[in-house]
Write a new protein. Structure first.
Length: 109
């Protein structure tokens, strides 16, 4: 019998640059309900030790409403920790979503 469940959507995250004050988190895949809490948790961890977390979203090809909610939650967690979360290199579809929701001015550096 074939498994009819939808496959888990993948999100990978790598810390690529860390100069002490700022860190770059490169994300790839889809930021959706199944994995967006991982993004929020990673940002919270990085925010504890940095002034800036730069989230490179150039290779994120899909963000659902839960993903967008967790991005906002991560932004607020970082701000509470005295850190600034900024979205850089947003995929064009994701950039359209940020513009539509009017979050571009808050989240993009």
């Amino acid at each position: 019998m074939a498994d009819s469940a939808l496959p888990l959507r993948k999100l990978t995250m790598d810390v690529t640059e860390d100069n002490g004050a700022a860190v770059t988190l490169v994300c790839r895949g889809e930021l959706v309900a199944e994995n967006s809490d991982e993004f929020k948790s990673q940002v919270k961890t990085l925010a504890a030790n940095h002034q800036y977390v730069l989230a490179d979203m150039g290779a994120v090809n899909y963000v659902d409403s839960s993903g967008l909610g967790d991005i906002v939650g991560a932004f607020l967690s970082a701000k509470t920790a005295g850190c600034s979360l900024q979205i850089i290199k947003a995929n064009p579809r994701f950039k359209d979503l940020l513009n539509t929701t009017r979050l571009a001015s808050v989240l993009e550096g």
